[in-house]
Design a protein around this ligand. Structure first.
Ligand code: ADP
Ligand code: MG
Length: 258
């Protein structure tokens, strides 16, 4: 199984939207897919229609209680996509874990026990705390959504610094699969300029596929559906399909086989 963390310590940059739709695209392509919701806000769980009654076991139980992913995963309603939901309990997990020696390796240990999925996405919270650290320590690779706005690159250096620390301390093989530009608005010259600047700065690390600002992407979660199901022809859905295709081409081959 290959594990992809979706992280950026900024909030509202499109992490959850990317996690939901890219996981759906992978499942639609035939990959046995799991999405772990690691944000106490539980937006990925809600956006996939997992209501509170179906969150008896959650990512909190995995991290704090040592529950297995199989015990906590629920079907999403999308064939081939299981979800480990998040509940507000998770906001206390960082404090509960802080005194434990293996505090950053809890998710990694749980993922070792999963042999039923081919790819796992982790939707991270908007911080670089212990939850995101668990995700980065467990991941084979990192996907960074970057919103096309003026301060897009600010904060990225801090994220990259964290990646280096994780590589040094917990996970030497952690890679960066790419940076995905989100909420691109071609009518807005500023987002155009930002996209150019980011490409100049990061080169091939930036995915060719760009996610447009598209109201269908923001409507879909209120129906408990990925945009890819809610309206598979909208520009946002098409862009996420293109991103998924590109992602598949970039995944480390040795991990796909494993
Ligand atoms: P994060 O998980 O990084 O906080 P979200 O994916 O939750 O970000 O996105 C923040 C808000 O922006 C949500 O309301 C979401 O529906 C909306 N959104 C995300 N991506 C797009 C997009 N490409 N076009 C329009 N709205 C978007
Ligand atoms: Mg989110």
């Amino acid at each position: 199984m290959i594990t992809v963390a979706i992280a950026n310590q900024k909030g509202g940059v499109g992490k959850t939207t990317t996690a939901i739709n890219i996981a759906t695209a992978m499942a639609a392509t035939g990959w046995k897919t799991m999405l772990i919701d690691l944000d106490p806000q539980g937006n990925a769980s809600t956006g996939l229609g997992i209501d509170a009654a179906h969150r008896e076991m959650s990512s909190y139980d995995v991290l704090v209680e040592g529950a297995s992913l199989q015990e906590c995963a629920v079907p999403s309603g999308i064939p081939g996509l299981d979800v480990v939901p998040a509940t507000v309990d998770l906001s206390g997990a960082e404090i509960e874990l802080v005194a434990r020696e293996d505090r950053a390796g809890r998710l990694k240990a749980a993922l070792r026990g999963d042999d039923t999925h081919e790819i796992c996405f982790i939707d991270c919270p908007p911080s670089l705390g212990l939850l995101t650290l668990n995700a980065l320590a467990a991941a084979d690779t990192l996907l960074v959504p970057l919103q096309c706005e003026f301060f897009a690159l600010e904060g990225l250096s801090q994220l990259l610094q964290t990646v280096e620390q994780v590589q040094d301390r917990f996970n030497p093989d952690l890679g960066i699969v790419g940076v995905a530009l989100t909420m691109f608005d071609r009518r807005n010259r500023l987002t155009d300029q930002v996209a150019d600047d980011v490409r100049e700065c990061l080169g091939n690390l930036v995915f060719e596929a760009v996610i447009p600002r598209n109201v269908r992407l923001s409507e879909a979660p209120s129906h408990g559906l990925p945009a890819l199901i809610y309206d598979h022809k909208c520009p946002g859905s098409r862009a996420y399909m293109a991103l998924a295709r590109e992602l598949i081409g970039r995944l480390p081959k040795e991990r796909i086989a494993a």
